[in-house]
Design a protein around this ligand. Structure first.
Ligand code: SF4
Ligand code: SF4
Length: 383
């Protein structure tokens, strides 16, 4: 009870700081861009595509419902934990934005609203845990082991201190799929690519869940190292890292996704043909958010037969892992992944994708076909 009281006082203090004083009855608007909120004309086109609504079924868990709640907050509704099931359960997949006839960008609005809620001290426990793992340990899992555990001492000692190119590994490959990290770097190092001396989380989970100030600190640490290494290009194998490095780090840094790099160097890789048929899952943050559709398909077709899924490219359904939803609402997240598995065609050997979070969620959803990262397929073709 004492803690509850303390929390309420802290919350009131934060509300005061940003000009939302419940005691005085003065409801200042959130700092969310009004034009982007009012662009939504509540037509409901997005209801039919929001993957979370598809699973949950509440009006507040579809895009239109989220936009209405944010509009109400702008117009004076006091922010409270009641809005979290709606605003914290958006995966930021962006399919609503691609369909919106009015040109609204709901995931951007949701992220801005989450930032305001964080300022008010209104967060879920899952968001708080994620934040403290990143701020304390530099990774989203709270891992205390070395981020480069997948590299031998000898390999580490040979890492170039300066290079034009850096491989940004990301938390997932570093700690959950070190074999993928090893394979990706095994290819990249042939081209003189190095690693950051002390890579931190890219800050994607912080940005997606509204912890903007904390994200700035983490990005600053990575940026200092990128400058120390004197790299002008960052290569990453994670779709979440890609979107963050591309949109939130300084523009002068060139960001290249691993499938783009592989597609550019197909001839030098001397890949052999494999007697396999695979399908490809477009990660939301590589596909819809950044329009990288062809490069991974070119790599796959250089190796084996590609049989497309039911919904692809701009229409690809989300795996359910993003936007903090996997951590905060694991059941919803896995249900989204199960729905995505329904799009897998008959007669394929693997589901190939270009994001470790998609690999993880699609694997955890079960299903008969194994989900693998594109680098695994490339490694098979190099054996
Ligand atoms: S976000 Fe766009 S598609 Fe959805 S209700 Fe608003 S105007 Fe319609
Ligand atoms: S970004 Fe995806 S999950 Fe979020 S509201 Fe839009 S369609 Fe729904």
């Amino acid at each position: 009870m004492k803690n509850e009281g303390k929390k309420e006082t802290e919350q009131a203090k934060r509300l005061d700081e940003i000009g939302i004083s419940q005691e005085k009855g003065e409801k200042q608007p959130f700092e969310v861009d009004r034009r982007s909120v009012y662009r939504c004309v509540q037509c409901g086109t997005c209801r039919s595509v929001c993957p979370v609504f598809d699973v949950v079924g509440w009006e507040s868990a579809n895009t239109r419902g989220r936009m209405l709640i944010i509009k109400s907050l702008l117009e004076g509704m006091p922010p409270s934990k009641d809005v979290l099931p709606s605003l914290a359960s958006c995966t930021t997949c962006g399919i609503c934005a691609s369909r919106c006839p009015a040109g609204a960008n709901p995931p951007e609005v949701v992220e801005a609203a989450r930032t305001q809620l964080v300022k008010c001290g209104i967060t879920t426990d899952a968001q708080e845990n994620l934040k403290s793992s990143i701020m304390t340990y530099g990774n989203s899992f709270g891992e205390t082991t070395d981020r480069k555990q997948w590299l031998s001492e000898t390999e580490r000692s040979k890492l170039p201190e300066k290079s034009d190119y850096v491989y940004f590994v990301g938390c997932l490959d570093s700690y959950r799929y070190p074999e993928s990290a090893k394979k990706a770097f095994g290819i990249l190092r042939r081209f003189g690519v190095t690693l950051l001396p002390d890579e931190q989380c890219c800050a994607s989970p912080l940005l997606r869940t509204g912890f903007k100030e904390e994200a700035e600190k983490v990005m600053k640490r990575n940026l200092e190292q990128i400058r120390k290494v004197e790299a002008h290009t960052i290569i990453t194998s994670c779709a979440g890292c890609y979107t963050t490095l591309k949109s939130n780090y300084p523009e002068e840094i060139r960001v290249v996704s691993l499938p783009e790099f592989l597609a550019e160097h197909l001839e030098e890789l001397s890949l052999k043909k494999l007697d396999l048929t695979v399908t490809y899952h477009d990660p939301c943050h590589l596909g819809r958010h950044n329009k990288i559709y062809d490069a991974p398909r070119r790599v796959i077709q250089a190796i084996c037969t590609l049989k497309e899924m039911k919904n692809i490219k701009e229409n690809a359904r989300c795996c359910g892992g993003g936007g903090g939803v996997r951590r905060g609402y694991p059941d919803i997240s896995l249900e989204l992944a199960r729905n995505r598995l329904k799009d897998v065609p008959e007669g394929v050997d693997y589901i190939v994708t270009s994001c470790p979070l998609c690999v993880r969620n699609l694997r955890d959803a079960g299903g008969d076909i194994e989900a693998i990262d594109i680098v695994e397929l490339v490694a098979m073709a190099m054996e």
